[in-house]
Design a binder for this molecule. Structure first.
Ligand code: ZN
Ligand code: ZN
Length: 203
């Protein structure tokens, strides 16, 4: 599911998130309403699908359907002096497939393929790079969930801790939660944030 070094959050919490990735509520890139990404997390080779009930858009995952940020670079050896040349690309160069790299040693330009890789800042689905529908600022961080079951899991954790009883939920999942979600001082803010997200769940 990992797309690039930028998608660390999905990668680091991969085990934890695994069971919540079959259905992900996202914002539609066309009408900006709520839409869904469905995938079969048990089948690595299966493609994810995007569908929006509001505007009837649908896509199957592929490189042309990445809506999130991209990281671009070009590298090549100078065609004259063989010096290694490398440059990070600007977002405005996104349409470029080739870049001319200037050699600082000999001044010659060398054409080089532009390489673009998807980046995930942690609040987008891993297949299309669309913003998660269920996200809200909370405790100086972004509280997010993929779907209703994920939200219920988070609420169960926060409430169980409130009552000081042993949480009746998977402890290996809990060990994957970020520290700020486990912090006792954040409990009341977390409950407010969770309620806000719960009110956004459409079904
Ligand atoms: Zn739509
Ligand atoms: Zn050169």
């Amino acid at each position: 599911m990992d797309k690039s070094p930028g998608s660390q959050r999905f990668q680091d919490e991969g085990q934890y998130l695994f069971q919540f990735l079959d259905l992900i509520h996202v914002q539609c890139p066309g009408c900006h309403e709520d839409a869904v990404v469905r995938r079969d997390p048990g089948n690595q080779g299966s493609r994810a699908t995007f569908s929006c009930l509001h505007c009837a858009r649908s896509y199957a995952s592929s490189t042309e359907h990445w809506f999130g940020p991209l990281h671009g670079f070009a590298n090549n050896r100078c065609r004259k002096c063989r010096e290694w040349l490398r440059r990070e690309l600007m977002p405005t160069e996104r349409h470029r497939t080739h870049i001319n790299l200037d050699c600082s040693s000999c001044g010659v330009q060398t054409p080089s393929p532009a390489v673009w890789t998807p980046r995930n800042d942690g609040t987008r689905d891993p297949d299309f790079g669309l913003p998660l529908w269920l996200q809200t600022p909370c405790c100086g961080e972004t509280l997010w969930a993929t779907n209703k079951r994920h939200l219920a899991f988070l609420r169960n954790f926060v409430e169980a801790t409130l009552r000081e009883r042993k949480p009746n939920i998977n402890s290996s999942l809990i060990s994957r939660l970020p520290k700020w979600i486990k912090s006792a001082k954040n409990r009341s803010s977390l409950l407010v944030g969770l309620a806000r997200l719960e009110s956004r769940v459409v079904w």
